[in-house]
Ligand binder design. Structure first.
Ligand code: MG
Length: 382
């Protein structure tokens, strides 16, 4: 079997899919994207495919990963690692189809029968938080994730801390002691600010606090983990084992590699195994589309230290299209009491609606995250 063609499709709301075609008729799909940089990654995918994949045997997945990741003197970073990630997913999808098995079966077989999922909730006011959490609990979810704060001062004031505590309290009230509340800090506070925030949030028993400091301050993360009982999570902006290692050394409790950013299934599988040696759980980051989520699920079902799966179905900032618009077998992504069931189809376990993808190609607006400023006009972290 030889790879004959690699195509990419930029589709709403902000996703990029890749399709690897072979001379056997088998096709593999992946999702190589950096949110807000889809066209840049698209170019990287075309370059990698032309240099390393066209004409090659797709079943040499690991060798392709090695060459795509290390075959250029300048390597790594979000763009290149995400391009590799999507191509790696597509190669695993092809391998699964060639061997007639879901990817998790090729990686050792299932270690669980269902994967717990969480949903995003928004809302600036406690009443809005209460309503949104209640809606998710009514839908069967036992875990929600929300931002700890909106646009924030690097050092939050007592008033800002109080507002944060009231929102967390509202969510905890609705969830009860048996539910879980994850809080995403988005690196909006300074290290000292994050410590202040954690102190007021600790009583509400968060499942974890995510990105309490920006990834560029991983060398300060140990100050945070050492000063709070709240489990600390990070990883959506780390792109390899090597980048995850200092966070593990700093004492995080949960690592959140993104299957579409951190080198795909091949590297995220290794990140999970590395995390296991630090007694750290894995909660794959996934605000992306159906192939990123399908790849995340394949990892979840063969990873003993998997914790919970984030997903973006119905997330507030997707407009123009939904995850389910691009797959034919929507059952794969149906929730059962807040869990996703083990996919049994070959490869990534989903059937892409190719006609819908081809029709949507090029209709994606150039999505960018908002650029925020503080009241004094200076840059603020989103
Ligand atoms: Mg996050």
């Amino acid at each position: 079997m030889r790879i004959t063609r690699v195509e990419t499709f930029a589709v709403p709301p902000r996703w990029l899919f890749c399709r690897i075609e072979t001379d056997s008729g088998l096709v593999g799909w992946g999702e190589p994207v950096v949110e807000g940089r889809a066209e840049t990654v698209r170019t990287a995918v075309a370059e990698l495919a032309g240099q390393f994949l066209l004409g090659a045997d797709p079943l040499r997945v690991e060798d392709h990963w090695q060459l795509m990741t290390k075959g250029s003197f300048y390597r790594g970073g979000p763009v290149l690692s995400s391009a590799v990630a999507g191509l790696d997913q597509a190669l695993w999808d092809l391998a699964g189809k060639a061997y007639g098995a879901p990817v998790h079966q090729l990686l050792g077989g299932p270690v669980r029968e269902r994967a717990r999922a969480c949903c995003w909730v928004g809302g600036d006011e406690p009443a809005a938080v209460r309503d949104q959490v209640a809606a998710q609990v009514a839908a069967g979810f036992t875990a929600v994730k929300m931002n700890a704060a909106g646009r924030a001062d690097r050092l939050p004031t007592p008033a800002a801390l109080e507002a944060m505590a009231r929102r967390a309290e509202a969510a905890r009230d609705v969830l009860g002691p048996g539910g879980d509340l994850a809080l995403d800090f988005h690196g909006r506070f300074s290290t000292a600010g994050a410590l202040r925030a954690l102190t007021v949030l600790e009583p509400y028993g968060p499942l974890f606090a995510e990105e309490p400091v920006l990834p560029e301050y991983t060398h300060l993360l140990g100050r945070v983990t050492g000063a709070t009982t709240v489990p600390v999570a990070t990883g959506e902006r780390l792109f390899s084992r090597t980048e995850v290692l200092p966070a593990l050394q700093a004492g995080i409790a949960v690592v959140q590699p993104d299957l579409s950013h951190a080198g795909g299934l091949s590297e995220c599988r290794r990140i999970a195994a590395l995390a296991e040696t630090w007694d750290v759980a894995v909660a794959p980051h996934c605000p992306l589309g159906p192939l990123a989520l399908a790849a995340s699920l394949q990892l979840a079902f063969c990873t003993p230290n998997f914790l919970i799966q984030e997903q973006s179905i119905g997330i507030h900032y997707h407009s123009g299209a939904e995850l389910l618009d691009y797959v034919l077998d929507r059952e794969v992504f149906r929730f059962h009491d807040g869990h996703l069931l083990r996919p049994t189809g070959p490869g990534l376990g989903v059937t892409v609606d190719e006609r819908a993808v081809r029709e949507a190609d090029g209709r994606a607006d150039a999505w960018h995250n908002p650029v925020w400023r503080h009241p004094d006009g200076s840059f603020a972290e989103w």
